[in-house]
Design a protein around this ligand. Structure first.
Ligand code: Q9C
Ligand code: ZN
Length: 343
C-alpha cells in the first residue's frame, strides 16, 4: 500500500482574520480559519509530517505577476499606515475600462481593490507569510513526487485555486496548486484535477494558454455558485492551451451518484492527456453538511473519488483547498485517502 507523504507548516495560523464580508454581510468567524488544519489532520491517523523547504521567489513568479507579489508583501502595512482598519478588505474594484488604463491608485486604501476581486478575502498582518508558506508546502510535496514518491499531500491554508496570475480572492492569496503544477512540468505534462466545490478560476487562468497543463474541474454551476463569472462548460482554453481546459459544472443538490459519474468523465479526460504527474485540488466543501457548498455528497463518495484517481496510476500531489464543516473534514479526508491507498 503506497504510503502518503504529508507536508504542512504551522505558519498557516498567521492568517487568522476576524471577519470577512459575504453577500454584503459581515461574517465572523471567517469560514476559512486555522482550526481547519487540525480538523483535517485528525484524518491522517498519525502519518508523519514533513516540514516544507524554502523555494524562493522563482516558482511563485512563474505563476503570479511580480507586482502582485510585491503588493501582497507590504499591502497590509501600507494600508495600516494610511489609516486603514485592522482588516484589509477593499471596497472599490476597478471596472474593466479603468483596468485597461493601467492607472492604479496612489492611495494604499484606494488601490487595495486593484489586485483583489471580492470582499471575502480579508488580509491581516500575517497573511503574506502564511500564503508564502502554503506555496512552499505545495512545492515540497511536489518535490517528493519528483523524487519518486507515489503520493504526497500538502496540508495547506489559505487555499489557492481562486488566485490567478494577477489577482487574489475567494479566500485565496497565492495559488499553491498552480505553482506546484507548473514546477512539475519540468518532468513532463501535468494534469490538474480540481474537486473543490467552487470553480478554480485562478488555476484555469494560470494555464489558460498553456499546452503543458490540463485543467479539469467539477464544481457548482456558476449560474448560481461563486465565482459566478467563471466555470462554464464552454471555457476550453486558448492558443496552445486550447482543449486543455475542461469544466464540468453541476447543479445545486448534486449527490454521490451524479457526482461520481461526472468524476469518471473528468478522469477519462485526465487519462487521455498522457500526464507524467497529477495535481489534485482537494476540497471538502462538496460535502452535504458544508456551510457554503451546494452539493450533497456523503463521506463514502470521497473514497470512490480516491479509488478512481488511484486507477490512473500517476504520481499524485494532493493540495488542500476548501471545506468548511470542521466536524467532518477529518473523516472525509480519511475516506479520500482510503480510496487512494487500497489495502
Ligand atoms: N456569496 C474556497 O473554497 N464567497 N473558496 C462566497 C457567496 C467566497 C470559496 C460568497 C467563497 C470562496 C477555496
Ligand atoms: Zn471551495
Amino acid at each position: 500500500m503506497p504510503t502518503i507523504e504529508v507536508v504542512t507548516d504551522d505558519r498557516h495560523a498567521l492568517h487568522d482574520p476576524p471577519h470577512e464580508v459575504n453577500t454584503g454581510r459581515p461574517v465572523s468567524p471567517v469560514w476559512e480559519r486555522p482550526a481547519r488544519v487540525a480538523a483535517l489532520g485528525s484524518g491522517l491517523r498519525g502519518a508523519s509530517l514533513l516540514a516544507p523547504t524554502e523555494h524562493g521567489d522563482a516558482p511563485l513568479l512563474a505563476v503570479h505577476d511580480a507586482a502582485m507579489v510585491r503588493f501582497l508583501a507590504d499591502a497590509y502595512d501600507r494600508w495600516r499606515a494610511s489609516g486603514g482598519p485592522a482588516v484589509m478588505i477593499p471596497d472599490t474594484f476597478p471596472l474593466a475600462r479603468w483596468r485597461t488604463s493601467g492607472r492604479r491608485s496612489p492611495s494604499p486604501i484606494g488601490n487595495a481593490g486593484w489586485w483583489c476581486f471580492d470582499t471575502a478575502t480579508p488580509v491581516v498582518a500575517g497573511s503574506y507569510v502564511a500564503a508564502r508558506a502554503a506555496v512552499d508546502v505545495a512545492l515540497t510535496a511536489a518535490d517528493r513526487i519528483a523524487d519518486g514518491a507515489p503520493l504526497a499531500y500538502a496540508l495547506t491554508r489559505p487555499p489557492g485555486h481562486h488566485a490567478g496570475p494577477s489577482y487574489y480572492g475567494g479566500f485565496c492569496l497565492f495559488n499553491p496548486a498552480a505553482v506546484a503544477a507548473r514546477r512539475l512540468t519540468e518532468g513532463g505534462r501535468v494534469a490538474v484535477l480540481d474537486v473543490d466545490y467552487h470553480h478554480g478560476n485562478g488555476t484555469q487562468d494560470v494555464f489558460w494558454a498553456d499546452g503543458d497543463v490540463l485543467y479539469v474541474s467539477l464544481h457548482g454551476d456558476p449560474a448560481s455558485a461563486f465565482p459566478y463569472f467563471s466555470g462554464f462548460a464552454d471555457e476550453v482554453g486558448e492558443g496552445r492551451g486550447r482543449g486543455a481546459n475542461r469544466n464540468l459544472p453541476l447543479p445545486p443538490g448534486t449527490g454521490d451518484e451524479e457526482y461520481l459519474a461526472a468524476c469518471e468523465s473528468a478522469l477519462a479526460t485526465v487519462a487521455a492527456w498522457g500526464a507524467a504527474s497529477l495535481v489534485v485540488s482537494v476540497g471538502f466543501d462538496t460535502f452535504a453538511d458544508d456551510p457554503i457548498g451546494g452539493f450533497e455528497l456523503t463521506t463514502a463518495a470521497y473514497e470512490q473519488v480516491g479509488a478512481s484517481i488511484a486507477e490512473l496510476g500517476l504520481p499524485t500531489v494532493l493540495v488542500q483547498e476548501g471545506g468548511y464543516d470542521l466536524g467532518s473534514l477529518g473523516r472525509n479526508l480519511a475516506s479520500l485517502l482510503d480510496g487512494l491507498r487500497p489495502e
